[in-house]
Write a protein that binds this ligand. Structure first.
Ligand code: PXL
Length: 275
């Protein structure tokens, strides 16, 4: 069984980061090691939340796992809350990264705006972590902040391809932009692999709603599928279909939460996609 390490926060309630990555990657049939970077009562989109920083634990955990000779088939990072954490995660990549797929989801923004607590300088530092990754999965807002270019919601296909190429110039061979809408009624992913100079696009139905946490679901489903032997492009297509199913399950539930999607009810579909 493959083993991955995912590095992001625990938001006790809110269906994001580790509370999403752990069940999805486990459902893929992949062992999910977790390195929690912080414990929050909820994610930061709620009106109030607690935040317990665990940065001081990262190095200790890393040292101990290393001394035990534990290795990983993939390292996947999500929401990271400070410059120091970015540095420590870079060190973790250096230490455990040889032979592991390194995936960075540079969680920090959406719809043209940075999440609470993030700055353009942080986006530049996140771009430097992307240098060490094999695959990065930003949305267009995150990509724009990392490249220091204005967010352009009126993009066309050529624009997305240019942004993707510039993302790989950060130093990672592959980049995917999630949440890309190029056709009426469709939303999906656009991907570029620099060494082969190949692009890939896959989209499915676009529902007239937006939910928090879908980016984390998308990235987790991608990592799980790659670990189950899918190519990067096949895995991204699985993640598009699974994310859509999560949103459909949410809409079908009259009691659905406002803060996250019903990924739990879509897990059997994800498992089916991976058969
Ligand atoms: O879903 C991304 C995410 C993860 N973790 C925390 C967040 C957010 C988005 O706001 O606040 C703590």
């Amino acid at each position: 069984m493959k083993r991955i390490m995912t590095i992001q926060d625990v938001s006790c309630v809110g269906k994001c980061s580790l509370t999403v990555a752990l069940p999805i990657i486990s459902a893929a049939g992949v062992e999910a090691g977790i390195l929690p970077t912080a414990v929050l009562s909820t994610h930061t989109q709620f009106d109030k939340f607690t935040f317990c920083d665990l940065t001081d634990e990262i190095e200790k955990i890393s040292d101990t796992l290393y001394e035990l000779g534990i290795g990983f088939d993939a390292i996947y990072t999500g929401y990271l809350g400070s410059f120091r954490q970015l540095g420590l995660v870079g060190d973790f990549f250096d230490r455990f990264g040889a032979g592991a797929l390194k995936v960075v989801d540079p969680v920090m923004a959406d719809n043209g705006v940075l999440y609470k607590g993030f700055t353009p300088e942080f986006a530049c530092a996140m771009a430097r972590l992307c240098e060490k990754a094999d695959l990065i999965i930003p949305n267009l807002t995150e990509a724009s902040f990392m490249l220091g270019i204005p967010y352009n919601p009126n993009y066309d296909e050529e624009y997305i391809k240019t942004v993707l190429k510039r993302l790989t110039e950060l130093g990672c061979p592959s980049a995917a932009i999630s949440g890309v809408c190029l056709e009426d009624g469709k939303i999906g992913v656009y991907y570029y692999n620099a060494p082969s100079d190949r692009y890939f696009y896959y989209a499915n139905e676009r529902l007239p709603v937006q939910f928090h946490g879908t980016g984390d679901i998308f990235a987790s489903a991608t990592v799980g599928a790659i670990m189950r032997g899918r190519s990067e492009t096949e895995a991204l297509a699985v993640a598009v279909d699974f994310t859509l199913m999560c949103m459909k399950k949410t809409l079908a539930d009259p009691d659905h939460r406002t803060y996250g999607v019903n990924f739990e009810e879509a897990l059997p579909y994800y498992i089916e996609l991976l058969k």
